[in-house]
Write a new protein. Structure first.
Length: 166
């Protein structure tokens, strides 16, 4: 079975939310940043109620700005940098990603880069609409799109991976 799709900057930027929602570590860190932001808001309320000097206001605003940045912007900056690195490495702004499911391994080809993964390294598989995310032992993921199979289908692939299709 073979899955192919074109990687563009716009597509990679959509990935910033995908892993963010599925990773337990990211969920924990999000809660932590929400708490830090809430502490900043609480400090502002205390500053208003009891009066404050410059350092109190400064700390309040820093807490809130850090929380907002980490929660809403940092992952997009990271994904943009990742795209720029790939684009520079491959020498193109868009490329085809091919994911082939053979009898022995998963072969992911990005432009001229080839990576091979054993099926034993697959930890879990998550589906979200048309997107399928395959989580591997090495904290890597493989993304495939159900409608991007050029050979076979997602149902066949899911059976081969031992994943129950919804």
């Amino acid at each position: 079975m073979k899955n192919e799709y074109k990687i563009t900057k716009k597509l990679m930027m959509t990935w910033a939310n995908d892993l963010y929602l599925y990773s337990p570590v990211n969920i924990f860190l999000s809660v932590l940043w929400y708490i830090i932001g809430a502490c900043g808001l609480l400090l502002i309320i205390i500053n208003i109620a009891f009066g404050a000097d410059f350092i109190d206001w400064f700390l309040s605003i820093i807490f809130i700005l850090l929380a907002v940045f980490k929660l809403f912007f940092s992952r997009f900056i990271i994904m943009s940098r990742r795209y720029n690195i790939f684009s520079k490495t491959y020498g193109v702004s868009e490329w085809i990603r091919t994911t082939e499911f053979t009898d022995n391994e998963i072969i992911v080809t990005d432009h001229n880069s080839i990576n091979k993964f054993r099926y034993a390294n697959v930890n879990k598989i998550k589906e979200k609409n048309n997107l399928v995310i395959i989580f591997l032992d090495s904290n890597l993921v493989i993304r495939i799109y159900k409608n991007a199979f050029v050979e076979g289908s997602w149902d066949e692939c899911a059976k081969m991976l031992g994943f129950a299709v919804k």
